[in-house]
Design a protein around this ligand. Structure first.
Ligand SMILES: [Fe+2]
Ligand SMILES: [Fe+2]
Length: 177
């Protein structure tokens, strides 16, 4: 039975691709913001490697959108500016704060992809495969950032809690708008 406010399976999948595309775009912009500030620092090659993986994630969802004629979220301009600003501002607070930002964002993305893995169960093997692979990459980014001493960032708990909330809000909005 379909209730008002329920979505067809196809619409559900479209929304998943849309929010994932937005998230990967945001991630890529965060790392770009970090590199704009920290591009010559010791952590730069590590950030560059993560940024390359985000580009691969983004390309995968972009291609899926084109193939399935899924529109991007209308909030792309916001993620363009907001992602870069979040990356640059945390980087200005220092390498460890930049890494704390990565820990916060990736912990939310990990949860987000874990939920999708369950929702997708046996369906949509291409999408599910991407989600599983990217989730492993995000987990690696999370752990890399922790190893870089993210937890020693000033105001670590306040900073990460604020970024976790922002990221969750961005996911919520990108699924709907
Ligand atoms: Fe990613
Ligand atoms: Fe990531």
């Amino acid at each position: 039975m379909t209730l008002p406010g329920d979505f067809s399976q196809a619409e559900k999948i479209n929304r998943m691709i849309r929010v994932n595309h937005a998230g990967e775009y945001g991630a890529q912009r965060i790392y770009a913001g970090q590199l704009a500030v920290l591009g010559k620092r010791e952590c730069a090659p590590t950030i560059e490697r993560m940024a390359e993986q985000e580009q691969e994630h983004l390309d995968t969802f972009s291609n899926m959108m084109i193939a399935r004629k899924v529109r991007p979220t209308a909030l792309m301009p916001l993620w363009h500016v907001g992602g870069f600003a979040l990356g640059a501002v945390t980087a200005l607070m220092g390498e460890k704060a930049a890494m704390a930002c990565t820990v916060a964002v990736e912990s939310v993305i990990d949860e987000h992809y874990a939920k999708q893995e369950i929702e997708l169960a046996g369906d949509e093997s291409e999408l599910k495969h991407a989600v599983t692979k990217f989730r492993a990459d995000e987990k690696e980014h999370h752990d890399t950032a922790l190893n870089f001493g993210a937890e020693q960032a000033p105001f670590y708990h306040i900073l990460t809690s604020a970024i976790v909330l922002q990221t969750k809000l961005a996911i919520w909005l990108s699924t709907r708008i």
